[in-house]
Design a binder for this molecule. Structure first.
Ligand SMILES: Cc1ncc(COP(=O)(O)O)c(C=O)c1O
Length: 278
């Protein structure tokens, strides 16, 4: 599991606290994060459960200060009241795009929820703007009640005076657990990619879209006739952590039979076998 729960930015460096016991290696997004200079501090699930992300991030901050660094703590998912502004701005951008694209209107916005900041910002932004679309969150880890409370804290921090239950509807889509997928979920990601060219990540938007379609099948009256904007929140590097499970689903291939009589076309880069050998 590579649940990033604390980020501490330095000048040109950043530290990530990771919820594992051993170095997981350059898997998933860790390859890119380490390429750009991330230092990883590992803790076990037991330590995380016992101490909690806030105290652990504080401890890391203290250590870095002692090392003469200037840390800035970003909580899990960037989900504090300040971070909420990111998706308030995203709602403003959606509103702007709708205004310039003419006659488009959305009744609902659907998005994944992992730590709560995205839905808090989108829901508040939708409420404050002309969008007024209802935000539907599909949770990929904790239960809906946890997120109603968490989002309440975030929007209280912005003095919104609103109730999270009125702003957002949260459904559970965590399935097997955070970053764990059933075979059906991965097949769904593959089928959407093949049918539309849109690649969903398996941890967030893949689970949310899968949950949304299940909810539509279970409660057709809730969704019938509604115009829905699904927000894909990225995270494609997470696919590389599923290579083994996805390989049997993804694209067929075959060795191309080359008859010896196929002639080389002079001047088209052929007869250069040495280029491809050491
Ligand atoms: C790719 C991606 N999508 C969605 C989310 C969920 O957003 P939030 O944590 O704000 O609920 C995250 C969180 O880390 C993410 O990395």
């Amino acid at each position: 599991m590579r649940n990033t729960f604390g980020l501490t930015f330095l000048v040109g460096h950043f530290h990530i606290q990771l919820l594992v016991d051993e170095d997981p290696g350059l898997v998933g997004n860790l390859l890119v994060e380490r390429l750009v200079g991330a230092h990883v501090d590992l803790v076990s699930k037991e330590e995380y459960g016992k101490i909690g992300s806030v105290a652990l991030a504080d401890l890391l901050k203290k250590k870095l200060l002692e090392e003469g660094r200037k840390p800035y703590i970003i909580p899990v998912g960037g989900s504090n009241s300040l971070g909420t502004w990111g998706y308030i701005e995203a709602a403003r951008e959606i509103e702007h795009q709708i205004q310039i694209s003419g006659d488009v209107r959305f009744d609902d916005i659907v998005v994944a929820c992992g730590s709560g900041g995205t839905i808090a910002g989108l829901a508040l932004g939708s409420n404050l703007s002309s969008l007024k679309a209802k935000v539907h969150a599909f949770s990929v880890c904790d239960d809906p009640e946890y997120f109603y409370d968490y989002v309440q804290g975030l929007i209280d921090g912005l003095h919104s005076g609103l109730d999270s239950h009125d702003l957002v509807s949260i459904e559970n889509a965590k399935g097997l657990g955070y970053a764990m997928n059933t075979a059906e979920e991965l097949k769904f990601v593959k089928d959407v990619a093949t049918a539309t060219g849109i690649v969903l990540d398996p941890v967030y938007s893949g689970k949310a879209a899968y949950g949304m379609l299940k909810d539509m099948a279970a409660k057709p009256a809730k969704w019938e006739g509604r115009k829905i904007l699904f927000v894909h929140t990225g995270g494609l590097l997470g696919l590389y952590d599923k290579v083994d499970e996805l390989s049997s689903l993804s694209g067929s291939w075959r060795r191309m039979d080359l008859e010896e009589s196929v002639p080389c076309k002079e001047g088209t880069g052929c007869n250069q076998a040495s280029r491809y050998s050491p």
